[in-house]
Design a protein around this ligand. Structure first.
Ligand code: DC
Length: 233
């Protein structure tokens, strides 16, 4: 497969299923662009929090969203995300943002605005004759229902919590209590993302399920690349 392929791959799944690392790896390997839609909802949340708005006040969140300009890079080696001219790649990962992002992403107007940008970025890749891997929660169901390949990544909740806790642990060693707290935070966020009225996290009927529980990262990347090659034929 070459960089000229304009394949569109939609990858959805719950928090901690390995989406970002897998999607970036696949995009690098296949010479494709990469779009992290979760980073866009996180950037919107940074904007809402900076404005001092209560995230449960939909109208106020929407008023901020209308004024917010988000730019996301599509280079899988260094995607980057900006609010206006400010690089927010690091601040979008803060715990305050993670705690508030589900509420912000459940506001319909926020979704309409960001989905529009997401589709434009996919169109830009297509126009350039380059493929793109797009990750999120509603990509295969709502954003890109005609994607060439849809993948739904899953993993055992305890494994997901361990992976996420490891990412967030500065010292690289893990306390059992920290894993348990991470597990509970993921469970809550998944319940919110799967239970919301608009564009909930749900597997598309035609998505291929890849369970990453017992696979190494290179193995998952390999599986998704093999599915991509199959989708091209
Ligand atoms: O993938 P992530 O954890 O960075 O996503 C952050 C939040 O954004 C997630 O809890 C739900 C929301 N999200 C969404 O609603 N739709 C998407 N396509 C991507 C993310």
């Amino acid at each position: 497969m070459s960089a000229a392929d304009d394949l569109v791959i939609a990858v959805d799944g719950p928090a901690g299923s390995g989406k970002s690392t897998v999607c970036r790896g696949v995009a690098v390997k296949l010479g494709m662009r990469y779009l992290d839609t979760g980073a866009m909802y996180r950037a919107m949340t940074v904007s809402v929090l900076a404005a001092g708005v209560d995230v449960s006040d939909e109208a106020a969140v929407m008023a901020v969203a209308e004024q917010t300009v988000i730019t996301s890079g599509t280079d899988p080696s260094d995607p980057g995300i900006w609010l206006g001219a400010i690089d927010v790649s690091e601040s979008i990962r803060g715990s305050e943002v993670t705690a508030a992002v589900s509420a912000v992403s459940a506001v319909p107007g926020v979704r309409y605005r960001l989905v529009e940008i997401q589709r434009l970025q996919v169109q830009a890749a297509r126009d350039a004759g380059v493929g793109i891997v797009v990750e999120g929660r509603d990509i295969g169901t709502v954003v890109l229902p005609d994607a060439d390949l849809k993948v739904f990544l899953v993993a055992d909740p305890v494994i997901r919590a361990e992976r996420r806790a490891l990412e967030n642990s500065a010292e690289g060693h893990l306390e059992q209590a920290f894993i348990a707290a991470t597990h509970e935070a993921l469970r809550k966020r998944d319940a919110y993302d799967s239970g919301r009225e608009i564009s909930p996290l749900v597997k598309a009927a035609d998505a291929r399920v890849v369970d990453t529980t017992n696979l190494t990262l290179p193995e998952v990347i390999e599986q998704v690349c093999a599915l991509a090659v199959g989708a091209r034929q």
